[in-house]
Design a protein around this ligand. Structure first.
Ligand code: GLU
Length: 319
């Protein structure tokens, strides 16, 4: 049961509670304004509720050399601080394996030999959620599995999900019911899958508040259900609106001057960038600390921020 009140106290002197919030970037490149805004929100939610704030580098996939360091530098430059050493997923392999072993011992995993193409071509199971794995390898006999292994096909390990949906509660979205399928726990190349790693990490890091972009809301019932199967607490979720480009797509590097370095090169200051992020959230601060003093989750906009990144942010005074 969570000991954390649902309402964040809108000031920086909130009493210290036991839990933690976190930000967990994938080091695939520089953070853009959308990532920085989500990180700022994760920090604000954590700090305004007296939580620790942790950083984790999700480096099981898509690592670009030097990106993690630049990401951490940018987070510090916009005024975020964090507690304890930065956690790296690549250092935590034995923890993921231990969780997989527990699920396997409980009879909750099976090997899957399907290729991505086969999964795309197969129809979704008649009563399964849309887009879910159709369960092709769920019922393989021991002999069939042996034949697949001998043929040299790399096997992924999937959850034998005992149910097809699960409900979570999100601070901004309310009750949300979404699909739980036979999610991949360990990929065919032996790397633990994101949905498993994130659940194991958050629990080990004492994270009881997950603030992240709302593009991840639909994966959350799977993760929360995995946590319950592993006997781990389900954190409080806050899925925040994304930053979109002018055509309504998720902001990306190709949209122009969208990283902190790009903005500084154009003549914006770090304060201009933080002020623009603050304005997009309905606040006036020019530093993370000022923003923390005025932060009130009830005032947050519910829709995305549409960004036209060409001009200087200091001139972009629209609410
Ligand atoms: N590393 C993931 C990403 O950058 C985020 C994971 C999470 O916040 O749960 O998309």
């Amino acid at each position: 049961m969570s000991i954390v009140p649902d309402t964040a106290a809108p000031n920086s002197a909130a009493p210290r509670l036991g839990g933690a919030g976190r930000y967990a970037p994938s080091p695939s490149g520089d953070l853009h304004l959308g990532n920085l805004r989500t990180a700022l929100l994760a920090w604000l939610f954590a700090r305004s509720t007296g939580r620790r704030f942790a950083l984790r580098v999700d480096d099981l996939d898509r690592v670009r050399p030097g990106a993690a360091k630049r990401q951490l530098d940018d987070l510090a430059r916009i005024g975020l601080d964090w507690d304890g050493p930065v956690v790296r997923q690549s250092d935590r392999m034995p923890h993921y394996q231990a969780a997989i072993d527990r699920l396997t011992e409980a009879g909750l995993t099976y090997e899957c030999f399907c290729t991505r193409r086969e999964i795309q071509q197969a129809a979704t199971a008649p009563h399964g959620p849309m887009g879910a794995y159709p369960g092709t390898c769920r019922g393989l006999s021991a002999g069939e599995r042996d034949r697949c292994r001998v043929s040299g096909r790399p096997a992924a390990l999937r959850l034998r999900a005992p149910r097809t949906d699960f409900e979570i509660t999100d601070r901004l979205h309310g009750r949300y019911r979404g699909p739980v399928d036979d999610v991949v726990l360990r990929r065919g190349d032996g790397v633990p899958a994101y949905n498993l790693a994130v659940v194991v990490d958050d629990a080990d890091m004492g994270v009881d508040q997950v603030v992240r972009g709302d593009d991840l809301l639909s994966s959350t019932p799977r993760q929360a259900y995995l946590a319950t199967l592993l006997g781990l607490p389900v954190p409080q979720y806050v899925h925040v609106p994304l930053v979109l480009n002018r055509t309504g797509q998720r902001l990306a590097k190709r949209d122009g001057a969208v990283t902190l370095a790009d903005r500084l090169a154009l003549g914006d200051s770090v304060g201009d960038v933080v002020a623009a992020l603050a304005r997009s959230l309905g606040f006036d601060g020019r530093t993370a600390a000022e923003l923390l003093d005025e932060f009130d989750p009830a005032r947050l906009p519910h829709g995305p921020w549409v960004l036209e990144p060409d001009g200087l942010l200091q001139l972009d005074r629209c609410p």
